[in-house]
Design a protein around this ligand. Structure first.
Ligand SMILES: [Zn+2]
Length: 85
């Protein structure tokens, strides 16, 4: 495991703020390998923004950049996202 890598639970607060539902238990399917799993289990890399990667194939699932007043979210690498409402 990379020392800069965390798991999806590390950004639970940010995801809750953006999506207004519990996201760590949401089930996402990778747009590359198709494997599904909880968002809390994805690999998270932090730098200028946050990058979520598939723990199975390394595909970039999502990129999140946050300023004081805005959030930019790229979900290109996620095939589907299933949330409990
Ligand atoms: Zn994958």
């Amino acid at each position: 495991m990379d020392e800069l890598m965390l798991d999806g639970n590390a950004i639970a607060g940010l995801l809750q703020e953006v999506f207004a539902v519990e996201m760590t238990t949401a089930i996402g399917a990778c747009g590359s390998c198709g494997t599904g799993g909880p968002v809390g289990a994805v690999h998270v890399y932090r730098g200028a923004g946050i990058v979520l990667r598939c723990p199975h194939c390394g595909n970039t699932l999502a990129k999140i950049v946050k300023s004081d007043s805005r959030v930019w979210i790229d979900l290109t690498g996620i095939r589907t996202l299933e949330v409990t409402v």
